[in-house]
Design a protein around this ligand. Structure first.
Ligand code: 5AD
Ligand code: SF4
Length: 484
């Protein structure tokens, strides 16, 4: 065996980590020269569009930016602005184009200003073309696979006049141990896998996030242990399809097994995950949730449509009946678990009868909450070239009917905890009334109650006095008042 010469993947990735730390040193030099010129610390702002995966990526960007000497601020008239974009629906793209115009205005007043774009939208070649032609003031463009290279890309940006563009089509690289700056000290997202292999026919994600790859369980556990030492009590395990976690590892590990290992981490109080695919949510997972003290009482189970005909065209690989059976099993085995979902209205060929089927599922499952989306045509996906696109008025009609049903059923579900005392993790001072704080329950509902900022990050018992649709008003109670 030629062990000495052949580097393992982890050794190669560790070398990449070292390389990036050297670029961070070099980039610090550029940032300090800028600081001298400006007579102050240069500022940066990272704006995130889209999902939790992007939010976590932004924390990695901020980690590197702070390491090289930028001061992060919330305002977009900073010296360096990064838009971390989303492209799952067209309105996300339109928002970015609209706001780029505003950034250009800032840049005209501050000639030192640099603008970067990254994230899912940048993985589309038509977008890059458009930015090259019509938004020439952008200094740096990179994609979803190479955010770990931010310091290296910043060096290139300071060294060359023209726009730096670095987009990778796909990757098998997972670079560990780079700086991360968390938005919340007490909770954190953790990537357990990247990419998606499902190719639902409406969805752009597999094209912009690449093929599925799982992180090593050891790296995940080590990261969470470090976070817990740093004050984190709640983690959200992130992946496009967490049920297929670990299948492509050299030594395959199931998602259920990973959860069991994470449960053992002392000091960690709550575990969430997002998103399981209904086609492969296992009995093992339900069993592990049943036994668990730490896994939160919430499953987000995207339905997309209740019509088997549409589900087939969507390439979801389950039927209405299979979905209902799974939801029924969860309700039976885990009665305290909230089920939420995603629904798309207006997929090509969808009729009023198909929408009736979706409404039937909503009534039967009684979702605790649901995100309803109007179908958005994504160029490059199979659904975009389907001929039977649904007229706008019909989509609107279906959308309103679905939304109304969701609201009615969710209201009933939400009220089920009224009068009970449950634990809430205090997340922030209430935006509207600073004498209140906002806490999150295990089932993901929010509760507002009188309290002060020093409670942030603590898990406290709260009585849920009044349900207001999707949230509660309550008050903190003594531990001894808690129900057994
Ligand atoms: N149009 C509308 N909604 C979409 N989603 C994904 N792709 C599209 C699209 N083309 C929704 C799905 C998914 C959620 C993250 O976004 O419901 O679960
Ligand atoms: Fe998109 Fe389907 Fe993958 Fe989810 S599972 S990211 S909807 S392709």
């Amino acid at each position: 065996m030629d062990e000495k010469k052949t580097l393992t993947d982890s050794e190669k990735y560790a070398q990449e980590t070292d390389r990036q730390y050297r670029y961070m040193e070099k980039a610090s030099g550029y940032v300090s020269s800028l600081a001298e010129k400006l007579g102050r610390t240069p500022t940066c702002c990272v704006t995130t569009f889209g999902c939790q995966m992007n939010a976590r990526d932004s924390e990695k960007l901020v980690g590197i930016l702070e390491k090289i000497g930028y001061q992060c601020i919330a305002e977009e008239n900073a010296d360096f602005v990064i838009y971390n974009t989303c492209t799952v629906r067209d309105n996300a793209n339109q928002k970015v184009y609209g706001r780029l115009g505003v950034l250009n205005g800032y840049k005209k007043r501050n000639p030192h200003m640099k603008i970067a774009l990254c994230g899912c939208m940048m993985q589309e070649s038509s977008v890059i073309e458009k930015i090259r032609n019509s938004y020439r003031f952008v200094d740096l463009i990179f994609g979803t696979h190479n955010i770990f290279k931010l310091a290296e890309l910043i060096c290139a940006m300071f060294e060359q006049q023209e726009t730096v563009i670095d987009i990778w089509q796909d990757t098998d690289k997972i670079v560990e141990d780079l700086p991360v700056e968390r938005k919340y000290p007490f909770k954190s997202g953790i990537n357990i896998m990247f990419g998606c292999n499902n190719f639902c026919s409406y969805c752009i994600v597999p094209y912009v996030r690449g093929r599925e790859r799982s992180r090593n369980p050891k790296d995940i556990i080590r990261e969470i242990e470090g976070l817990v030492q740093d004050g984190v009590v709640e983690v959200m395990l992130l992946g496009q399809n967490v049920n297929s976690y670990g299948k492509n590892l050299e030594e395959p590990v199931s998602f259920a097994k990973l959860l069991q290992e994470i449960e053992k981490i002392e000091g960690l109080e709550r575990i969430r995950f997002m998103t399981p695919h209904p086609k492969d949510l296992s009995d093992d997972l339900i069993e592990v949730m049943k036994q668990s003290r730490k896994i939160c009482r919430h499953i987000h189970l995207p339905l997309q449509s209740g019509s088997t005909r549409i589900l087939t065209a969507m390439n979801r690989r389950y039927t209405k009946e299979q979905y209902l059976e799974l939801a029924g099993k969860i309700r039976r085995e885990l009665p305290d678990v909230a089920i939420t979902t995603d629904i798309i209205v207006g997929f090509p060929g969808e009729t009023a009868e198909d929408v009736d089927e979706t409404i039937d599922v909503i009534r039967k499952v009684q979702y605790d909450n649901a995100f309803t989306f109007i179908y958005s045509k994504r160029t490059g996906t199979p659904a975009a070239t389907m001929e039977n696109q649904v007229p706008e008025e019909l989509v609107k009609e279906g959308f309103d009917r679905v939304l109304k049903t969701v609201q009615d059923t969710a209201k009933i579900r939400a009220a089920r905890l009224q009068g009970k005392v449950v634990d809430a993790l205090v997340e922030e001072v209430n935006e509207n009334d600073p004498s209140y704080v906002t806490g999150r329950l295990s089932d993901n509902m929010l509760v507002h109650f009188p309290g002060t900022a020093d409670l942030i990050g603590q898990i406290v018992p709260v009585s849920l006095d009044e349900c207001r649709g999707f949230y509660y008003f309550g008050k903190m109670v003594d531990k001894t008042d808690e129900e057994p």
